[in-house]
Design a protein around this ligand. Structure first.
Ligand code: PMP
Length: 431
């Protein structure tokens, strides 16, 4: 993209395009990761510092993707950088470390309803293990999740092509923020349910937050019928508060998945739960030199990878109450700016998000779940708008919720509002 251009045209001479041409010969459609795949090609980034990133052509952007959430402190935070460098000088991987205990203690302190935790490398894995634990400890097979919810790409949580129909049928859907839909599916299946899963904010619909009453309804119903309640806080854990939505809305799930922020930008994830769900991961008591067995094996070459754990610890240390006040302020400001520029141009719009997460929808219809999102999604306008922002120096995750980072301040907010105004103007010319 050319930053100086005032047209929504892509600079075809860019190095990103040349890299994409090469990538096409290596990866299917040239893409290694769905959220960053874009048309006509994604931008290839080379450097990041604070809240800014630079592409391979040297164009600079304010980063509102932040790797889809982990980079709450922005890029190359000095304390994180130092912690990782120190760890690289000491030990890379291959035995338990004191660091993993320190991070585990901090995580459990933020989610006091859980008794124990384990590290994994990705959110996908953490959720897969929680579902397995729920099936093992209840002896039941069905699970419930919201329509449009994303809990990673494991078979049970992403049924569809390539997943055996027998497994597919065990995953039932309810509509997010819709008590009637939840009750109907739950009441019909509760005797067969191993777990109910809820995404703490519905990412695919634009980080739509749950109604407090809806979350508590799920908690009460699942509790009454002895069905484990798993809350997916991969995105929200340590982002909207240290204890995520659980803390904000005072809800006590039986299992929680975390990822993103707890690795400070590195691949660290975790799942935490009550003793009942974690028991299958404990070794049966054994006398030296034996160790006994676990009911569910928990292995993983890179679990609790020390440089990632060090990055996570250095990140959590900086997430003090003032950090959350600032993140709330950033999110509120960008949502206000987007409303303002759309109103000025009489453009139908609706804003979703919570704290430092946001998404602009080009519809006037309220969005509360995946059904209301998908029936009014104007993909073309959203992608054109992202392109308009991009060429003026704002990098948004393509057609996805965006994330603010702590290094952003009033200067970036002002730049954002100006650019958003110009982008909305550019949009009207292209529609
Ligand atoms: N759950 C949610 C709510 C997520 O947003 C994501 C990833 N964006 C995952 C699970 C999967 O995490 P990972 O990409 O680390 O596998």
């Amino acid at each position: 993209m050319s930053q100086s251009s005032h047209e929504t045209t892509v600079d075809l001479a860019s190095k990103s395009e040349a890299l994409f041409e090469r990538a096409l010969g290596v990866f299917p459609s040239g893409s290694t990761r769905a959220p960053f795949y874009n048309s006509p090609y994604p931008l290839y980034m080379k450097k990041g510092e604070g809240c800014r990133i630079w592409d391979v052509d040297g164009n600079g952007y304010i980063d509102f993707a932040n790797n889809m959430g982990p980079l709450i402190l922005g890029h190359r935070n000095p304390l994180v950088q130092k912690a990782v460098e120190e760890q690289l000088d000491q030990m890379w991987c291959g035995s338990p470390t004191e660091l993993e205990i320190e991070l585990g203690v901090k995580i459990l302190k933020a989610f006091p309803m859980c008794d124990k935790m384990l590290f994994a490398v990705s959110g996908t894995e953490a959720l897969m293990k929680l579902v397995r634990a729920a099936r093992a400890s209840t002896g039941r097979n069905k699970i419930m999740m919201a329509t449009g919810a994303y809990h990673g790409t494991s078979d049970s949580l992403m049924p569809g092509e390539g997943v055996p129909k027998e497994l597919d049928r065990l995953t039932l859907r309810y509509s997010y923020n819709d008590p009637e839909s939840f009750r109907a599916v739950f009441d019909e299946n509760r005797g067969d349910l191993a777990a109910v899963l809820t995404e703490a904010v519905l990412g695919a619909a634009g980080s739509v937050g749950p109604d407090r009453d809806f979350l508590h309804l799920i908690r009460e119903e699942t509790g009454r019928h002895d069905v484990p309640f798993i809350l997916d806080e991969v995105v929200t854990g340590f982002r909207i508060a240290r204890g995520g939505i659980s803390e904000k809305y005072g809800v006590r799930p039986d299992g929680i998945s975390l990822g993103k922020i707890i690795g400070g930008g590195f691949p660290v994830a975790a799942f935490l739960a009550t003793d009942r769900l974690m028991e299958p991961f404990s070794y049966s008591s054994a006398e030296f030199p034996f160790i006994g067995k676990t009911k569910i094996k928990h292995a993983g070459t890179f679990n609790a990878f020390p440089p990632g754990v060090a990055a996570g610890l250095a990140t959590l240390e900086q997430l003090i109450p003032e950090a959350y006040t600032h993140l709330d302020y950033l999110g509120e400001s960008v949502r206000k700016s987007l409303s303002k520029v759309c109103e000025e141009r009489h453009l139908p719009h609706y804003l979703t998000g919570m704290s430092s997460m946001f998404r602009l929808h080009f519809t006037a219809s309220p969005i509360r779940n995946y059904e209301t999102f998908s029936s009014s999604w104007d993909e073309k306008t959203e992608r054109l708008f992202d392109a308009e922002l991009l060429k003026r120096g704002i990098f948004m995750p393509p057609a996805h919720s965006a994330f603010c980072s702590i290094p952003m301040g009033n200067q970036e907010l002002e730049q954002f509002e100006n650019v958003a105004g110009a982008a909305v103007g550019g949009l009207s010319k292209n529609r």
